[in-house]
Design a protein around this ligand. Structure first.
Ligand SMILES: Nc1ncnc2c1ncn2[C@@H]1O[C@H](COP(=O)(O)OP(=O)(O)O)[C@@H](O)[C@H]1O
Ligand SMILES: [Mg+2]
Length: 146
């Protein structure tokens, strides 16, 4: 598939940057003319993935979060969110709804939300090295009237 546009963003894992990441990705994807619902779905996925980097990957420390957004000429959005934090021991278990290592403040639904608001997510992780979450979502082509 031809690649048509790409942007990269590196942010520090501060919770004050979560909103910025969400808005920046949405602003970049806006050129595909998505519906409000499609853009909200992408925002929600970015929010969950970036929050996981902040609260789980880098827990008590600060680190960098690497975001890449690729738009293909067939309106497929690919968002890659990578950290160099603690990594996930068992990805399959981590992705199960309600599983959390975050105690009672966390719902354990982040991955379930990303799965339901995107077309496909994949997670690669290495303990002690970090995690990459890839979220794919197709923006529907609609008939437009001049
Ligand atoms: N980037 C990450 N780095 C390390 N661990 C992660 C990361 N993302 C998710 N996890 C692990 O996966 C679990 C499930 O994540 P999630 O479904 O978002 O639920 P929650 O964030 O509420 O715990 C987390 O509790 C954590 O153990
Ligand atoms: Mg989460």
């Amino acid at each position: 598939m031809e690649k048509s546009n790409e942007m990269k963003l590196t942010i520090e894992s501060r919770s004050s940057n979560e909103g910025f990441a969400r808005v920046a990705v949405a602003a970049f994807v806006a050129q595909l003319d998505p519906t409000i619902e499609e853009i909200n779905d992408i925002r929600t996925c970015v929010s969950e993935a970036v929050t996981n980097c902040i609260v789980h990957a880098y827990k008590e420390t600060l680190g960098k979060i690497y975001i890449t957004v690729t738009l293909s000429d067939s309106s497929l959005v690919t968002v890659k969110i990578r950290d160099k934090g603690c990594g996930i021991e068992d990805v399959k278990q981590a992705m199960e709804p309600l599983f959390t290592t975050g105690g009672s403040e966390r719902a354990g639904l982040g991955f379930a939300v990303m799965e339901s608001f995107s077309d496909k997510i994949s997670v690669r992780s290495k303990l002690g090295q970090g995690t990459t979450v890839t979220i794919r979502k197709k923006i529907q082509q609609r008939v437009r009237y001049a």
